[in-house]
Design a protein around this ligand. Structure first.
Ligand SMILES: [Zn+2]
Length: 485
């Protein structure tokens, strides 16, 4: 096919990653038609192709949330400003990012309303009314919603003033049960990131300075992007009794004693889509993991004149057969576009498999298969392509996950000195002992822009000297520093 001669190719192509990763990302999001900018600075329009990825994430996550006994509910967008002030750390953490409504219905409001940046406060207030005795516990709830955080520097999917997410909120009788819940929720995110998004990540605790505002513990998943930076893919917070005390979430125990509940909250958002783009994409465009790809297979019928009818018909029949075995398929039969244009477009849009069906394929009872990452095309019999497609897609998932894992390991270095740390965070993750003092974190932040990402849950117990100051390490193990999105 006339790939390089296609006049649209340059127009559709993106800046290579190696030249300017950030330009590559911004151009790709727009050209692959994942999202567009909204009329208010920092807002995002999710276009159908991008929104479909989110729907697939939602379906996978929602199923896991419900299977573990959580129920979906919906809480209001507006929160009285006073509610937010009840938890001191919480309001301090969110104050700079709040959007506040002062006027409504043509007059100034007596109490300003905050557009939710997260819903601990409004849900906490409701839980306080709904929970009475130990019989009401645990209370396990989740909501799918939009939230607003007024960001100064915004980027599509990664940091937008309004974004979509789910937020789980639970209340428990004991600290142990709440601690277990934090890990159950982190487990959902681990599965979504690994088993659906095919991204390798590190699960660990946030250091105190990086925890959620008002949390006692924050468990995070830190994934590595192809420029070596970290992306927080999901977080789960143990809130202790902080919110219970602020909102009076209490229960009467079996012994008849009034006790505070232990609460948790956890969230995963549309920024995961930014992570999928940056963890897998290459110079030719998106590389979508098959379990979250809107179209796992795109069929391009090729033919002119009298040939086109039978070829298109065969393509549609093949699509039905693939759909019947659970594959998401699109037949790209747009008559005004050349096959070469379509090949480039579906490469750019990251479809895992492209099937080309021309008159010659048809007469030999086969189809030409082009994998998004494969070097060469294959000729596959039509009946075989249907029966083997689910396992081909699984193998492609495994390949992406393996690639992501080896990339992360190749860009992770254990360091003991300042020089090594600076070097390691310029290309990936630095694993280092840290004294836990803010002065050392600040120096790293100022000179390299890297931050503590997490204390890996499975990191070996060890102690040593802080890579920055040489003082004894805190946390009982090495921690990860990286530049992050
Ligand atoms: Zn130090």
């Amino acid at each position: 096919m006339a790939k390089t001669n296609d006049p649209k190719r340059n127009e559709r192509g993106v800046t290579p990653q190696s030249e300017d990763f950030s330009a590559w990302y911004n151009e790709l999001v727009l050209k692959a038609e994942l999202a567009d900018r909204g009329p208010v600075r920092g807002t995002m329009i999710m276009r159908p192709y991008g929104y479909r990825i989110w729907e697939l994430v939602q379906a996978e996550l929602d199923q896991r949330i419900k299977a573990t006994g959580h129920e979906n509910a919906y809480f209001p967008l507006f929160i009285p400003e006073g509610h937010l002030r009840r938890e001191a750390d919480h309001v301090e953490g969110f104050a700079p990012e709040l959007a506040v409504v002062t006027h409504a219905g043509g007059k100034e409001l007596e109490e300003p309303l905050v557009v939710r940046p997260t819903s601990e406060t409004v849900i906490g207030e409701a839980f306080a009314r709904w929970i009475d005795s130990y019989r009401d516990l645990p209370m396990l709830m989740n909501q799918w919603a939009n939230v607003v955080r007024w960001e100064l520097r915004t980027r599509l999917f990664l940091r937008t003033t309004e974004f979509l997410w789910q937020e789980g909120h639970t209340a428990h009788a004991t600290a142990d049960e709440a601690a277990e819940e934090v890990l159950v929720a982190a487990g959902f995110y681990e599965e979504i990131v690994r088993d659906c998004a095919a991204i390798s990540s590190v699960i660990g605790d946030k250091t105190p300075s990086e925890r959620f505002a008002g949390a006692e513990r924050t468990v995070t998943l830190e994934a590595m992007m192809r420029d070596g930076r970290a992306l927080q893919a999901g977080t789960s917070h143990g809130l202790g009794t902080n919110f219970a005390k602020a909102f009076d979430i209490t229960y009467t125990s079996v012994e008849g004693v009034e006790e505070f509940c232990h609460t948790t909250s956890w969230g995963m958002s549309t920024r995961l889509i930014g992570g999928i783009i940056m963890a897998h994409g290459d110079d030719r465009g998106l590389v979508l993991p098959p379990r979250l790809a809107p179209f796992q297979v795109v069929i391009v019928p090729i033919g002119r004149g009298d040939d086109l009818g039978p070829v298109t018909e065969a393509a549609k029949k093949l699509a039905l057969e693939l759909t019947a075995v659970g594959v998401r398929v699109k037949v790209d039969d747009r008559p005004q576009m050349s096959p070469g244009f379509k090949f480039n477009e579906w490469e750019l849009r990251g479809a895992p498999v492209r099937l080309e069906l021309g008159p010659r394929d048809l007469s030999s009872g086969s189809v030409t298969l082009a994998g998004r990452l494969a070097e060469a095309k294959e000729q596959v019999a039509l009946d075989e392509v249907v029966s083997t497609m689910p396992s081909r897609l699984d193998a492609y998932h495994d390949l992406l996950l393996e690639r992501s894992t080896s990339f992360r390991l190749a860009h992770t270095r254990s360091v003991t000195s300042w020089e090594e740390l600076v070097e390691a965070v310029s290309t990936g993750f630095a694993v280092a002992f840290h004294c836990g003092r803010e002065v050392c974190e600040d120096r790293i932040k100022e000179e390299t822009t890297a931050t503590p990402r997490c204390i890996p849950l499975d990191g070996p117990e060890a102690s040593g000297a802080c890579a920055v100051c040489g003082e004894p390490s805190a946390y009982g193990k090495q921690i990860i520093f990286a530049r992050a999105y």
